[in-house]
Ligand binder design. Structure first.
Ligand SMILES: Nc1ncnc2c1ncn2[C@@H]1O[C@H](COP(=O)(O)OP(=O)(O)O)[C@@H](O)[C@H]1O
Ligand code: SF4
Ligand SMILES: [Mg+2]
Length: 331
């Protein structure tokens, strides 16, 4: 399988007057062609930092970045500014958190598309651009007439569809969606994400879908990566199970139990007790230790193992159970 996007031991620390604070800790992750990879975790766990580091949007003055981000065979951090401008949108496009509010209020929807096409193809004719815009709008279930509207004339859901259509304008191979529907109601959320999934299948896109909502993401994603305190704790897939019937990392189990399920009204919804650790003073062992119902003394003192496989669980207790389960399955 080809990795469309590869994060190789990526570390990000934000600089602050009192020293540097880690936000992303040694993250290795492959996003393959023709898959939706979900990235979930509580607010502040480092999801947007990961997306911004992948797009090389973090200012070197503000953040210290180590590791590599490979797009195909190109290291994004080895590109010149002009090579990077070419790569953004054409190879990797991103829908930012809250981007539906970032459309320029004095430009029509058509103007947004025209500017995007002209930034990459300055000689493209207007008739061609209008035709391409109409097709893109239809692909996100909007009438081509929307091209004449201004952002304030559209609902939140419509604006978000416009932003998604814009991100697909240059036919990227990789699409990163950071909380694309968080501000929208559940029905609109489902409809937009269903459309994203259809477009992913049609275009065989590699999609990184970022959200704090495990249930929402796991209903669409082929694999789900779970992030806690700036590191990946688990990657699970449909085969290994996205439900609570399979052993998961205790933090993933907490996330699943903390989310209401529509067809399962018998289950009590339980939050995860406690708070994430102080990122400036991280423990040597597992960063989930203070909140974990399964912790043993080894967890406090022994660093978690690192894996680079398609799926894994980084936990001294459950990780072993999963490995033993997989071995039993193979026998
Ligand atoms: N520009 C910044 N400067 C300093 N710290 C930041 C900055 N952006 C994010 N952080 C910190 O990095 C951590 C991860 O934030 P973020 O990536 O936004 O998480 P998420 O998207 O999962 O909510 C948080 O502790 C946040 O306060
Ligand atoms: S390593 Fe230990 S503390 Fe960490 S999640 Fe696993 S059981 Fe809990
Ligand atoms: Mg975020």
């Amino acid at each position: 399988m080809n990795a469309a996007l590869l994060l190789d031991h990526l570390c990000v620390s934000y600089r602050s007057p009192t020293g540097s604070v880690p936000a992303l800790r040694d993250v290795s992750l492959a996003l393959y062609d023709d898959e939706i990879l979900g990235l979930v975790g509580e607010s502040g766990s480092g999801k947007s930092t990961l997306a911004q580091a992948v797009m090389r949007l973090l200012e070197p003055d503000a953040a210290d970045i180590r590791g590599r981000v490979m797009v195909g065979d190109r290291d994004l951090y080895g590109l010149t500014e002009s090579e990077l401008r070419q790569l953004r949108w054409r190879d990797v496009a991103m829908v930012f958190q809250s981007s539906m509010n970032a459309l320029n209020p004095v430009l029509s929807v058509q103007d947004h598309f025209t500017d995007t096409f002209w930034a990459h193809f300055p000689t493209m004719g207007l008739a061609d651009i209008r035709r391409k815009t109409a097709v893109l709008l239809e692909q996100v279930r909007l009438s081509p007439r929307v091209a004449q509207s201004y952002p304030h004339e559209l609902s939140g859901g419509m604006r978000q569809r416009v932003v998604i259509a814009l991100s697909l304008a240059l036919n990227p191979r990789v699409l990163i969606l950071d909380e694309p529907t968080t501000a929208l109601d559940v029905v609109v959320q489902r409809s937009i994400l269903g459309q994203v999934a259809a477009l992913q299948r049609e275009r065989r896109l590699a999609v990184l879908l970022i959200s704090h909502d495990f249930t929402l993401v796991s209903s669409l994603a082929h694999r789900v990566a779970v992030m806690y305190a700036g590191e990946l704790m688990e990657i699970t897939d449909r085969e290994t199970g996205l439900e609570n019937t399979m052993p998961h990392h205790p933090y993933t189990t907490g996330l699943i139990n903390a989310t209401p399920r529509i067809f399962d009204d018998q289950v009590r919804i339980e939050g995860i007790p406690g708070e994430p650790p102080d990122m400036a003073h991280l423990p040597v062992g597992c960063s989930f230790y203070d909140r974990c119902p399964k912790r043993l003394s080894i967890c406090r003192t022994t660093p978690l193992p690192q894996y680079e496989s398609r799926t894994y669980i980084r936990c001294h207790v459950v990780g072993t159970q999963r490995v033993e389960g997989d071995l039993a399955h193979e026998r």
